[in-house]
Design a binder for this molecule. Structure first.
Ligand SMILES: Cc1ncc(COP(=O)(O)O)c(C=O)c1O
Length: 441
């Protein structure tokens, strides 16, 4: 693998690391998370599921599609038209954007249990808004949660009491440096589908708990007992139940996945899934809970721009018109079945997980990260951006999946041979990828 073929991107990234601490604003966009020293790092343009890097090399993105934000596909004509119209008509103003009300009506229609909505622009800040509303409503500080919900103090404070507290919740190694120590003991995690553990926390902290937070679905479907226990206990104790739909929403149905599992929350939070890569977030709730947002100061200038709601309205309309979720499930299922079969055919052991539109696998081997890095390295040479996950989009058609699986077959064959040598790391062109949050050198 020649370093020169990714010359410009990696050169720019080296410069970026000197100017931007951490190199980028999002952990998952660090090249070190995928293929240190070789990942193309920057794009010049993108369309559908194709991406061109700074050296003009084209890739098919069979990985994270804008880290889960582009469910329709890059630079979609219909959504871009709505955004261009917002730009032409003035994307910021002293007055408000009427699309905010159109979006509110659309979201209420899809979620009949909800009565009101507030907006933000990113997932973490929307979750912080929801937590503030829940604490204001209940007058209680403690938050019990499972899953990843962003970078804010309320969430990271969980690692003040136990530095490994968040390790089982998507991103390991998150550091709480800079989070006030006074927040210790204000948030506690529980594991998804672990009803017993949740009940234990309820017994210990229920009286002082203001919010319980979970994703509607992530790696596995919620068990009925888990969902009904959480709803029963939160209702009984007057705790606000918040469902995070930032990544799950609109992938399995037109709306929040909680509706598929009979989960009726007090608040549901949507962000990166609803606007095809344009910044937008919505905090949806019952009237009783959302009214509280009037009595606590929650306000920000750029939460009023016109691009976000215009993009969200156009995206949601497209989701509904083309039943996009059905396509995402179909593509995701093809990929997951393909991984399983090709691993078997090539004598590799893998574990496959995740709902179909958000599938992932891991190598069952004593050096899983070495094999993961080898996979990304091999696929990149094939012209495919790939990691051990596939986030389906409407732009991925069967022909992309077929070509991808042919390349996966070759990659697995190569990895299988590398494993048989007993030293698979010898086949790496650069360092092993990172598995979580780490200081960069
Ligand atoms: C479930 C969930 N909640 C919250 C967030 C944070 O969203 P953002 O990165 O837009 O702040 C993410 C991001 O990956 C997420 O997956």
């Amino acid at each position: 693998m020649k370093k020169t073929i990714f010359g410009r991107s990696q050169k720019l990234y080296k410069k970026a690391k000197k100017l931007i601490p951490g190199g980028t604003q999002l952990l998952s966009k660090r090249p070190e998370m995928h293929l240190p020293e070789y990942w193309p790092a920057y794009y010049s343009r993108a369309k559908g599921c194709e991406v061109w890097d700074l050296d003009g090399k084209k890739y098919v993105d069979m990985s994270y599609m804008g880290i889960g934000s582009c469910l329709i596909g890059y630079a979609d004509d219909d959504i871009n038209r709505a955004v261009k119209s917002a730009v032409e008509k003035g994307s910021m103003n002293t007055l408000n954007a009427p699309e905010e009300v159109e979006l509110a009506e659309l979201l209420m229609k899809l979620h009949p249990w909800a009565r009101m909505v507030r907006y933000a622009r990113s997932g973490g800040e929307a979750m912080s808004q929801a937590v503030r509303i829940a604490r204001a409503k209940t007058g209680r500080d403690i938050v019990l949660f499972c899953g990843y919900h962003g970078w804010h103090d309320w969430y990271l404070s969980s690692n003040l009491a136990d530095r490994k507290s968040l390790d089982g919740h998507l991103l390991p190694g998150l550091s709480p440096h800079g989070v006030p120590r006074a927040l210790k003991g204000t948030s506690y995690p529980f594991n998804y589908n672990n009803t017993k553990q949740f009940l234990g926390l309820m017994r210990k902290y229920g009286k002082n708990t203001g919010a319980v937070i979970l994703e509607s679905i992530r790696n596995s479907e919620p068990e009925k007992e888990f969902v009904t226990t959480i709803r029963r206990e939160t209702k009984k104790r007057g705790i606000v139940l918040i469902v995070d739909e930032i990544t799950a929403g609109f992938r399995l149905n037109a709306g929040g996945a909680h509706m598929l599992y009979g989960l009726k929350p007090d608040i549901a939070v949507f962000a990166k899934g609803i606007s095809n890569g344009f910044p937008m977030a919505a905090i949806l709730g019952t009237g009783k809970v959302m009214e509280v947002a009037q009595g606590t100061f929650i306000s920000s200038t750029y939460w009023t721009d016109r691009i976000g709601p215009s993009a969200a309205v156009a995206t949601i309309k497209k989701f509904m018109k083309f039943k996009v979720h059905k396509h995402l499930v179909k593509m995701g299922k093809m990929v997951q079945n393909g991984w399983q079969k090709l691993a078997r055919d090539n004598g590799l052991e893998i574990h496959v997980g995740g709902m179909y539109p958000l599938g992932h696998f891991s190598f069952t081997h004593k050096k899983p990260l070495v094999l993961k890095t080898l996979f990304t390295q091999f696929m990149l040479v094939e012209g495919i951006l790939a990691t051990t996950a596939f986030y389906a989009s409407y732009a991925h058609k069967e022909k992309h999946v077929r070509k991808y699986l042919e390349a996966v077959n070759r990659a697995f064959r190569f990895i299988s041979k590398a494993v048989k040598t007993g030293k698979p790391e010898k086949f790496l062109a650069g360092p092993v990828c990172h598995s979580g949050f780490k200081r960069l050198t």
